[in-house]
Every structure is written in C-alpha cells, then in structure tokens.
Write a protein of this length. Sequence first.
Length: 480
Amino acid sequence: MNNLPVEIEAAAPEITLACGALFLLMIGALSRRVMTDTITYASILLMILTFFMLVSVEWKSSVAMNGFFVMDGFAGLVKSIILIGMCGVLGLSIGYMKREGLTAYEYPILVLLSTLGMMVMVSANDLLSLYIGLELQSLALYVLATIRRKSLRSAEAGIKYFILGALSSGMVLFGTSIIYGFAGTTNFDQIASAFAESPGMKLGLSMGLVFLLAGLAFKISAVPFHMWTPDVYEGAPTSVTTLFAVVPKLAAMGLLARLFFDPFIGLQETWSQIAWFLAAASMIVGALAALRQENIKRLLAYSSIGNMGYALMGLIAGGTEGVGATLYYFVIYMAMTAGTFGIIMSLRRDGASLEKIENLEGLSRKHPVAAYVLAILMFSMSGIPPLAGFFGKMFVFYAAIDAGYYSLAVLGVVTSVVAAYYYLRIIKVMFFDESVETLEHEANVPRDAIIIACVAAVVCLVLRPEPLLMMTQGAASSLF
C-alpha cells in the first residue's frame, strides 16, 4: 500500500469497508433466500480484512481528502479497537438473532455502515466530516434499535432514540454554525490558528463549543443527556444493546479527545469545566439510579453511564497520561461488557430470553461455568483488585490526581464503592438464591469463543498491564 497516493492510502480501510458493505447489500437484496448467517460471516471477514489493511498503513500524521480526513497513531489505534469490538458484537449475535426470529440480512450490513461512520468520526479533521461520520453511525443505529418490528417496546425505544438523536444532531449543527461564524472555517487546524491569532473570539467559540459538546454528550450518554439510554437498552434486542454498550461510545470519546486537544486546545479552561460536570453527574447518576433496577439491561445501561464518567475523567486530566488512561479503560470496559452480554444472550428461562436479575437465580448450580465467568466479569466491573477493571480505574484516577482534580478522583472512588453493590448483588443472586424455574444454557461456538477471549483479557491484563498502557499512551501522544 506504500505506492498508493496519500489520499487513497490514508482512507483505504474506510473505502474498502464502504465498498464491501454496498456489495453485501446488493447480494442480500438480489438473493431469493434468506442469507443472514452468510452475510454475517462475510461481514466479519470484511472487518478483519479492513483491520489488516489498517495496521498495514503507517500511522504517521497525514492529512487527506482536502483537509477533511486525518490519519495518525491515535486514529489508527482507536479504529483498530472499533473493528475488533464490532467483530465481537457480530460474533455474539450469531445464533441469537435467528433464535429471536430476527433473520434480516440488513442487520450485519447496518452494523458495517455504523462501523464506517465511527471510523470517519475518529479521523475527522473538519466539523463537516465530523457530522457526516456522526450521522452515518447514528442513522444505522436508529434502524437497529427498531429491528424487532413486531415489538412495541422496541418501536418505543427506537422512536425515543431517533427524536433525541435528531435533537442532538441539531445541537451539533448549531454549534458548528456558530464556530464557523466566528472562525470563518470548519477545519480543525484553521480553527486553532484563528483562535491563536484572535483570542478575542473566545466567547463566540465557547458558545459554539457548548452546543457541540451537548450534542456529543448525547452520543456517550453522559448525564444530563442520558435519558434515552435505559429505554433503548431495554427495548432493543440484546445483541443490538450489546452494540450500543460496547463500541459507539469509544468512537464518540475518541472524537471528543481530538476536539479537545486539536482545534479547541486554547479553550481548555472552558471545556474542562463542562466535562468536569458531565463526568461528576454521570458517575453519581450511574451509581445511584442502578441501585433500584430489576431489569438486567437497564442496570447495565446505568452502569455504562457511570463508566462514561470515569472515562471522561482521563480526558479532563489531559496529556498523554490522561488520554492514554481513557483508551486503556475503554479496552477493558469493552471486554467486560461484551463478555457480560454474551453470557446473558446464552441463557434462557422457559424458552424466553433473560430480562430480570432474579432470572439468574440458581445459575451456579445449573450452569457453574457460566456463573463463575459472569462472577469474574462482575468483580472486574466493580473494580475489585487484582482484576483488569481495577487497573482501568486506577490509571484514570492517577491521571486525575496528577492533573490536580482531587475532588473528581475522590468522587470516582466513592461512586465505585456504591456501584459495587449492584454488581455484587448479581453474584449473590447466582450463588445464594434458590431457583424455581428451568434455566437453560445454549452452546454457540462463536459466542463462547468471544466470551472466553473477553475473560482471558480481563484476567491476563492483571499479569502485565504495562504493554497495553504504553500502547495507548503512545497513540495519545500523536494528539499533542
């Protein structure tokens, strides 16, 4: 690929993914028989091919597409994690979608298109390419939320998600127009240059940045823009909920990191205060609201809200240590979340998918392996040492303390202790409550392999956490 023009080489993975998704769409539309499994496996292979194309490109800082697209070490690592996560999501859904009667070939294609949108978001170097990537991801996710067309809950969740998502997109566009009005450009580099030359435009750019952050905070379900999360998580099929919980938040957080430390580095005093509030509110609401939840997916929704607060803490701290700690935290969070949802999708009560926490009663006696795997993941999510979840939070807290955000770090520790209650409650139900209903465990090779990989990541990172941390900090250094 070194002989390709820089315009093509930098965006070759995205071009490959887009062409492959359109080709599979044609295959599915022209085929006279249901090919959901075939297209799903083909989609996984396409993302694996895209991943190898991505790692074969030199991750040097290069700008392409007339300044709209940037490729550097940060974008390369984040996009690699996105592709791995989306492969895992599709692998977990194999078998589940057919079992639930959702044999739509559009499902894996929509996953591919949302992946493409995330990759464009991470490499955006202009507010317009940012919006294109954001909407490409969002439009696919709106459809996926309502893919169970005969379910009223799924339809309600999708409508709520669409309406609130449209509102957030409007905020992003309004913020973009304000920024363009004051800076005279939408290019990240030129915005930074304009601010350096005319510090007097600080108030105008700050107003635009506030609307921009409000729209992006919706994408990571940060409080107070989290209202869609519990309903969508509960109403969507579990495989789609897994997608919402695992990958899109990483793409949005990567985009926030690029915005904070590229065009708006001169406004750090302004955005750090906003991000501080978002992080603190997310940790508090995520910890307290989950205490009253009886539905597993709603509980994990509030858990994800709290986790976004911890991740934001690293961005607020800034520097290679803070951004690197955020990326490290996301890798661990994705492994824990994917493994947890994988276990949930493999279990059924009287032929129906699990919904309530009480449905896990007696799991340790019926299916001990699944119970112990889920227990490991719950201990890791609660941040109990020496599992990987402890190191993820520890590095983020260290970065916040080094940057002088002592109160935020203390709040993070306190909310972690509160949140540990509802994680340990799941373990208590599995191991100490008696079961009165039939609990079934469905074996599935792709899903079981992904669950094993997630648990292995959680356990093995205990032995050597430094290599991954050095990798994430190295990628973060390309932003500075």
